[in-house]
Design a binder for this molecule. Structure first.
Ligand SMILES: NC(=O)c1ccc[n+]([C@@H]2O[C@H](COP(=O)([O-])OP(=O)(O)OC[C@H]3O[C@@H](n4cnc5c(N)ncnc54)[C@H](O)[C@@H]3O)[C@@H](O)[C@H]2O)c1
Length: 362
């Protein structure tokens, strides 16, 4: 339990540190300095305001840190160019290293900066949000958004190590913590029935919950296994795409509502309700699960219904545009049982329309 978890990807294998991760971070930094490799840290303004002490204690200097505005808009062209220029102006070379200190936004951006600067330099993840700890910091998907859509530009670029320190969650806003719980619940639904039962028993969790570190580790184990089996999401069915449980619906909500109204995890929560309902409609799952999933999401103050009505046709159009679709056919992740997800195609539009209306679409 105290040992680091290895994401076993051959010559791209890397450790995820869970205990003593601040010590592991200091040791890594000191090795890099001994090897005279230049380092830089990308973080956002919220993190710099609340956790600059963490970076100082780790051994980073002020001049090595680039702080960008907080929020999803930072995963876009202009901040991407700013970060690349920061590296170029500091004469960073191919031995230089990027650290991502932040949530999924900074992690995805910094990873893509590292993947593309000088055709690829090393990078490390220090996730600070619950979502980044259980999901985005592991697996090597990096990228930015375009005005035309989310995550449309990116690269698979694995970090050299991930340092998870749950102490960092103490400054995370409660609503952001809950959004991360949506991804935790997602893992339980798609791959771990025992975790779902445990979450039901535990009730509300907080950064101080004793059970939290083991739950985060469990999610990373589940994600690591899926990534090892299908690193670049090319499996004809199942595989890495299963991690998108609820996400075809969630991306449509984010797109139709405009980024900002819903935190990603909040949209995922509604997406999980819809994916569960779809599984029931298709005869794959017993109806009683709908209520259990809703209850668990509500325990964590997550929405299970649209906050205000969105246009059904706008939601359907956004779903069609989602890059997860294959050859024009809508692709969903559904549950054959809790803990056993599958990819499903060929669902009739009328079924999806009715599902949207069931969560308050107009
Ligand atoms: N690469 C992947 O595999 C993957 C997987 C899931 C999600 N994502 C991406 O992750 C992004 C969402 O990530 P997120 O939810 O972490 O959002 P985020 O990075 O915007 O962080 C959420 C907010 O919390 C603040 N914050 C983070 N950690 C904090 C801390 N310890 N103390 C105080 N404030 C803190 C941030 O400043 C920000 O305002 C989306 O862009 C999504 O597409 C990527």
């Amino acid at each position: 339990m105290n040992e680091a978890l290895t994401v076993a990807l051959g010559d791209r294998a890397y450790p995820i540190h869970f205990t003593d991760s601040s010590k592991a971070l200091r040791a890594t930094l000191s090795e890099l300095r001994q090897a005279q490799r230049a380092v830089c840290v990308l973080c956002d303004a919220n993190l710099l305001a609340s956790r600059a002490d963490y970076l100082e204690t780790a051994g980073f200097t002020h001049a090595e840190i680039l702080s960008l505005p907080a929020g999803e808009n930072t995963k876009s062209m202009e901040p991407y160019a700013t970060a690349l220029s920061f590296l170029a102006q500091g004469n960073r070379n191919r031995d230089s290293v990027v650290f991502a200190f932040g949530g999924g936004v900074i992690g995805d951006l910094a990873g893509f900066v590292a993947a593309s600067y000088l055709r690829g330099i090393d990078f490390y993840q220090i996730p600070t949000s619950l979502l980044a700890m259980v999901d985005s910091s592991v697996g090597g998907k990096t990228g930015i958004n375009l005005p035309e859509g989310k995550n449309l530009v990116g690269a698979f670029w694995q970090p050299k190590a991930v340092f998870i320190d749950t102490q960092l969650l103490e400054s995370l806003p409660t609503r952001e913590f809950a959004a991360g719980m949506a991804e935790v619940i997602k893992y339980s639904l798609l791959a771990d029935r025992a975790l779902f039962d445990e979450l039901e028993t535990l009730g509300v969790l907080s950064p101080q919950s004793e059970a939290l570190p083991a739950i985060i580790r469990r999610c990373c184990e589940l994600k690591a296994q899926i990534v090892i089996d299908d690193e670049t999401e090319t499996a004809a069915s199942g595989g890495r795409a299963l991690l998108n449980l609820g996400h075809t619906f969630a991306h449509a909500i984010e797109n139709a509502a405009g980024y900002g109204d819903y935190l990603h995890g909040e949209a995922v929560a509604i997406g999980l309700v819809l994916a569960t309902r779809l599984s029931v409609e298709l005869g794959q799952l017993e109806r009683t699960w709908i209520e259990r999933v809703i209850q668990l999401l509500e325990t964590h103050s997550l929405p299970v219904h649209l906050k205000s009505p969105l246009d059904t046709s706008a939601l359907l159009t956004a779903m069609q545009r989602d890059k997860k679709n294959r050859s024009g056919s809508l692709r969903f992740v559904t549950l054959q049982a809790v803990g056993a997800a599958v990819t499903t195609e060929g669902v009739e539009t009328a079924v999806i329309e009715a599902l949207w209306q069931g969560v308050g679409a107009a």
